[in-house]
Ligand binder design. Structure first.
Ligand code: ASP
Length: 429
């Protein structure tokens, strides 16, 4: 036996499936919370620790991932195809958030939970910024100040401009500038990778953190939170399905493409995305099938699909709409109309910065919440509501990733058709 075969003391923990552990944390937290009642409140610092860990990573994740996302758009490729696909990705994402908000407004998940006290809610109402002020404040007077104080929208604004700048440097004909651009890109790419690694570390603590946060919620609220989570799941999945049927189905129809043939050809990547919960991981399947089954030419998909897997996340956008509303309802402070508009804006931008890996959307949700004045702070009702969502993230992630990948394929197919790069023979059979 080599030394590598030695068993670590915590292998049972670290080597078992993380999502199952988080789910167990949620369920155990619920049971223990109800059974032990207020006597379990001593676990609450473990929850606070988890919340602090999340807060620690959120700003660096936004900065690094958005810079890399924006810098991945090659200005040379930003011709007709690039503009078309980016417009498609952005516009459908905005519709997706709106769909999520619609579902949230219809189902009102979390309504009646009253995780927050009325007094606290009243305090928050006073602090809500006016919509026009939010818009003006998107441009940071001082980007470093914005980053340091955790102001999300201005940080996004700066990061995207900075990323676009890098993409131009990378494409420069001047060797020195090109090299500088590539170096900077690699540095941010490295930073983004490190941040994803740290996210994975932090998530190792999630089962314990979720356990503690949920136990406290159940101890105070009782089992009625289970119904709320069921409603969130139904609202999100209905949103996913309606978006696919209405928006994607409608766009295919308008462009005279058979909806049945499309989904027949797309089902492989859709299923792969569902089980892997990663758009990036699904990319090889998406590329193969869109070529083989749907006849899209490589000229188009070799650019649009990797870009889509990086910046186009309609499922994630729907999820963010539903969850932002859930958290508002759960703390007894439903989001106002202006706040919902802000959610559309931030969620579209957040979906650009969401990496195509499992669970990334839940981290970006933190940033959407920040933008409407609901930061996840240790010990607050928002943190409790967020932990509830995190407990079922695996289920929500399956559906949203599948929608993310479907959106990339629909956009790619439509752009290919408009560029006459679609082999129509594949659609006739
Ligand atoms: N898992 C999603 C994807 O890879 C991202 C997310 O967590 O929303 O597309």
């Amino acid at each position: 036996m080599s030394s590598n075969d030695k068993k670590g003391m915590f292998d049972w923990y670290f080597k078992s499936n993380l999502l199952i552990r988080i789910l167990i944390g949620l369920i155990l937290g619920g049971i223990v919370g109800v059974a032990a009642g207020e006597s379990i409140l001593w676990v609450s610092p473990l929850g606070s620790l988890f919340v602090n860990l999340l807060k620690m990573i959120v700003m660096p994740v936004i900065l690094a991932s958005l810079v890399v996302g924006a810098a991945s758009i090659n200005p040379a490729e930003l011709g007709r195809v690039g503009i078309k696909i980016i417009l498609f990705y952005l516009v459908t994402s905005a519709f997706a958030v709106a769909m999520g908000l619609l579902m949230g407004n219809i189902f009102k998940p979390g309504a009646g939970l009253a995780l927050g006290s009325a007094a606290e809610a009243a305090g928050r109402v006073l602090k809500q910024p006016k919509f026009i002020d939010t818009i003006i404040a998107i441009v940071p007077k001082n980007p470093f100040g914005a980053i340091a104080s955790g102001a999300v929208l201005p940080t996004i604004f700066f990061a995207i401009l900075f990323g676009i700048g890098i993409s131009y440097l990378k494409a420069s004909s001047d060797d020195r500038i090109k090299k500088a651009g590539n170096t900077l890109f690699m540095a941010f790419d490295g930073a983004a990778e490190v941040m994803y690694m740290m996210v994975r570390w932090v998530l190792q603590f999630a089962p314990i953190g979720v356990f503690a946060l949920i136990a406290v919620v159940f101890a105070k609220q009782g089992p009625k939170v289970v119904g709320a989570l069921g409603t969130v799941t139904i609202a999100a999945f209905l949103g996913y399905i309606l978006h696919v049927v209405i928006i994607y189905g409608g766009l295919l129809l308008i462009n005279r493409l058979s909806v049945v043939k499309f989904f027949k050809g797309a089902k492989g990547p859709m299923l792969t995305a569902f089980v892997t919960r990663s758009s990036s991981g699904t990319l090889p399947v998406t590329m193969t099938d869109i070529d083989k089954n749907l006849g899209v030419s490589k000229n188009i998909y070799s650019f649009t699909l990797p870009l889509g897997a990086t910046i186009n996340m309609d499922g994630t956008a729907i999820y963010q709409g539903v969850c932002a509303l859930f958290i508002g309802f759960a703390i007894g402070m439903p989001l106002s109309f202006a706040q919902q508009i802000t959610v559309i804006l931030t969620a579209v931008l957040a979906s650009i910065g969401t990496a195509g890996v499992p669970g990334a959307g839940a981290i970006m949700l933190l940033m959407v919440l920040n933008s409407v004045g609901l930061p996840v702070e240790a010990g607050t009702p928002v943190a409790a509501a967020y932990a509830m969502i995190l407990g079922i993230d695996a289920i929500l992630d399956m559906g949203r990733t599948s929608v993310n990948v479907t959106g990339d394929m629909v956009g790619t197919t439509l752009v290919a058709k408009s560029e006459k790069e679609l082999d129509m023979a594949k659609w006739k059979k």
